[in-house]
Every structure is written in structure tokens, then in C-alpha cells.
Design a protein around this ligand. Structure first.
Ligand SMILES: *Cc1c(COP(=O)(O)O)cnc(C)c1O
Length: 402
């Protein structure tokens, strides 16, 4: 029976179509803090799904810092940054971020955003002055795609990791402002963009290079300054976006760039201007997070994470499924068909292992995958457990297919 309201009936029919494609998504309810051991929908699980790469999301020092921030500043900012919501906590955080990123960004300024999604919308809409052209990597995050659309600039999508195509597009463009934008670590594949070559190309063509380092900030580089530190890059053509919701364990994001870029964003970026400032207590907690990331504990956590990455890569013995070539905490196993990926994720879940299946449209058709993400909070024993389970499951699948 379809709903008597045709508006509802049309949506319900669309939802049935989603079901027929095995694409219905459902949200599981986590009942404990983000950590390897979680209770989800009432069950104890070992999780390999979060972006909490350093295991800071439930770190006691950050929990305490958030409490302290609430005592100092209350729980809401009350207004946007340009009205009255810009507190001492926000100002201190921006100062610290600019200082932290200064080896990578000349005359660095930093701007704190409520989310990375909004930071990408802000950068692309504000940099794309009339006549601008945006050159966007094929595997870029949805927030970059949306930001490019919202900018109303002409958008050219270049194929994944294809710098020759990008060079040709840049050479053919006569736009007064050229903006190349890329993820540093591709979020569904785990591979790294060739940032040194991209930057050289951008400098040659007088283009901005906007780098979305959502999965690199805090994780890559000796001091956790991310992909730019990893590649030892520094340039005034760079506009750097780092999220503070993933490795930093809290929430929000920042842009680091030449102080004049930051000032332009404050004047023009609508996703910055027309929204209430994030809770100041979050900014206060992030100061403690930056202390950890930049200090000895951060280095230890990054070293442990690297050893877990090496462990999973040497431990998996796959024949039909395919482990993507990734050196980062994102270790995707391509299964192929949507329903096969769903069945594999369900079989793991039944064993107490929470590994998400990623399906189109998030990834290309026929590349549905199990996306294992590792965290410094995992132990060697926990990683050994997921490796053994994946190896055994794949053998079962191979035998079923034979
Ligand atoms: C997570 C993510 C974002 C969005 O950041 P949020 O702070 O979660 O809004 C942007 N870009 C990439 C590549 C991401 O993975």
C-alpha cells in the first residue's frame, strides 16, 4: 500500500529502489566513547571504523580540558565570529595553529571552522573570484565537490593521480585565478597525492594548491603537522585545510595559509561568516590536543600506529579480495559487489568485529570494500584478530564461489 500523500509515496518508492540495489544505509548506535572496544546496539565490539587515528577522542586529558573549557567559557558561543562569538579560546587556538603550521606555511595565519565540510566550502567559494577555474581531483571528498559547485566557478575534474592531464588543463586555461584542489590522503583508498609535483605544477602556472589533509593532520610528519611536513613543503601558493575531528580527536577544522588569505576568508567566506562560532570549550580542548600531537606522546602514538599498519599489510593473505596499496591508517580491502561486501561486513560483525562496508556512490561501482581503519589505540593483539578473521573469511568466500 503506498502512502496517500503522493510526496511521501514518491520518497518511499525511491527508498525501495535503494533497497533493490543493496544500498540502504543504517546507523548503528554506539553507547560508549569512541575507542577500539565499544558497545554498539547493546553488543561489545572491537571497532576498526573510526578516524580517531591517535586514539585521542576519549583521552582523559582532553576530557578534562573540555570540562575546564566549559567552566571557563560556558557551553555555547552565542553568536557568529563577526558578531560576538569569537572568544579568547578561539583566538588562542588560531594563534597556536598558525604557530604550529609556520614551518610549512609562510607568514602563516589560521582560521578555526565548525567542521571540515564547512572549511572546504569556505575556501573554494572565497578563493573563486569571478572568472576563476577550479581543477579538482577525481577522488576528492564530497565537501570539495560541493564547495566547487557552490563557488559557481568552472570546474575541471582531472583523473586520479594523473598529473599530465592536470598539466594540460592548466596550460589550456586562461582563467585569471586557477585553483587546484586535492585530498592529501584519499579517504576511501588510503593513498597519498603527489603533493611535491602538484605544488611545482601550481607554482609554474600561478595556481593555488588547496590541500585537504583531513586524514594527514596529526598523523603524518615527524611532529604531526601532516602531509606538508611529510613531504617537507612550504609555499605561499598553499592553502592548507586540516580537520580537528579526526586525529585531533575533538571537532572542527582549520585553514592555515598566508595571513592575507586568512583575512580574505574572514571578509568573504560565507560558511565562516554566517554560522554560530563553535563552542569555545572545543577550542580550549583542542589546545590540549595540540600539546599531545606536537609532543613526545604524539610521536609515540604515531610510531605505534605505523607498526600496526605494517602488521596488517604483512599479515593479510588475500587471493580474491584485494588490499589497496596504502601506507596510511586507511587499509581498504576491495570485495567488489555491493551485496558481497555487505555479507562480509555482516559476517565480521557476527564475530564481534566492526568493519564498515563502503559502497557506491561513496566509491565507484563494483569496488565495494571493507574499509579497515587503524588507530594508535589498537593493540597488536587486536590487529592480529582482524587479520585472522579477514583471512579466514576470504578463504570461505573463495570456496563458496568455486
Ligand atoms: C572527514 C573529511 C572532511 C570533513 O571534515 P569534518 O570535520 O568531518 O566535517 C573533509 N575532507 C575529507 C577528505 C574528510 O575525510
Amino acid at each position: 500500500m503506498s502512502n496517500p500523500n503522493p510526496l511521501i509515496a514518491a520518497l518511499e518508492s525511491n527508498l525501495q529502489q535503494v533497497d533493490r540495489q543493496a544500498l540502504r544505509r543504517r546507523r548503528r548506535v554506539a553507547e560508549t566513547p569512541c575507542a577500539p572496544r565499544v558497545q554498539v546496539d547493546g553488543r561489545e565490539m572491537l571497532a576498526f571504523c573510526s578516524n580517531d587515528y591517535l586514539g585521542l577522542a576519549s583521552h582523559p586529558r582532553l576530557v578534562e580540558a573540555l570540562r575546564e573549557g566549559a567552566s571557563l567559557y560556558g557551553v555555547g558561543s552565542g553568536a557568529s565570529h563577526l558578531i560576538s562569538g569569537h572568544t579568547r579560546a578561539h583566538a588562542l587556538l588560531e594563534e597556536r595553529l598558525a604557530q604550529f603550521m609556520s614551518p610549512q606555511v609562510e607568514a602563516a595565519g589560521a582560521l578555526y571552522f565548525c567542521t571540515g565540510y564547512m572549511a572546504n566550502l569556505a575556501v573554494l567559494t572565497a578563493l573563486a573570484t569571478p572568472g576563476a577555474e577550479i581543477f579538482s581531483e577525481a577522488l576528492n571528498h564530497a565537501s570539495i565537490i560541493d564547495g566547487a559547485r557552490l563557488s559557481r566557478a568552472k570546474v575541471q575534474v582531472y583523473p586520479h593521480a594523473d598529473l599530465e592531464s592536470l598539466a594540460n588543463l592548466l596550460a589550456a586555461s586562461s582563467a585569471p585565478t586557477k585553483i587546484v584542489v586535492t585530498d592529501s590522503v584519499f579517504s576511501m583508498d588510503g593513498d597519498l597525492a603527489a603533493l611535491p609535483a602538484l605544488l611545482a605544477l601550481c607554482e609554474r602556472h600561478g595556481a593555488w594548491l588547496v590541500v585537504d589533509d583531513a586524514h594527514g593532520f596529526g598523523v603524518l610528519g615527524e611532529n604531526g603537522r601532516g602531509a606538508l611536513e611529510h613531504f617537507n613543503l612550504r609555499s605561499t601558493n598553499l592553502v592548507y585545510m586540516g580537520t580537528l575531528s579526526k586525529a585531533a580527536g575533538v571537532g572542527g577544522a582549520f585553514v592555515a595559509a598566508h595571513a592575507s588569505v586568512i583575512e580574505w576568508l574572514v571578509q568573504r567566506a560565507r560558511p565562516y561568516i554566517y554560522t554560530t562560532a563553535a563552542a569555545p570549550a572545543l577550542a580550549h580542548a583542542l589546545l590540549a590536543s595540540l600539546d599531545i600531537i606536537g609532543g613526545a606522546e604524539g610521536r609515540q602514538r604515531r610510531a605505534h600506529l605505523q607498526s600496526l599498519i605494517a602488521q596488517i599489510r604483512s599479515g593479510l593473505r588475500l587471493r580474491r579480495w584485494q588490499l589497496m596499496p596504502s601506507d596510511t591508517a586507511i587499509q581498504p580491502v576491495i570485495v567488489g559487489a555491493n551485496d558481497d561486501a555487505m555479507l562480509a561486513a555482516a559476517a565480521l560483525f557476527a564475530q564481534g568485529l566492526w568493519v564498515p562496508a563502503i559502497r557506491p556512490p561513496t566509491v565507484p561501482p563494483d569496488t565495494a570494500r571493507l574499509r579497515v581503519t587503524l588507530s594508535a589505540a589498537h593493540t597488536k593483539e587486536e590487529v592480529a584478530q582482524v587479520v585472522a578473521a579477514l583471512n579466514a573469511l576470504e578463504i570461505q568466500e573463495a570456496e563458496k564461489a568455486a
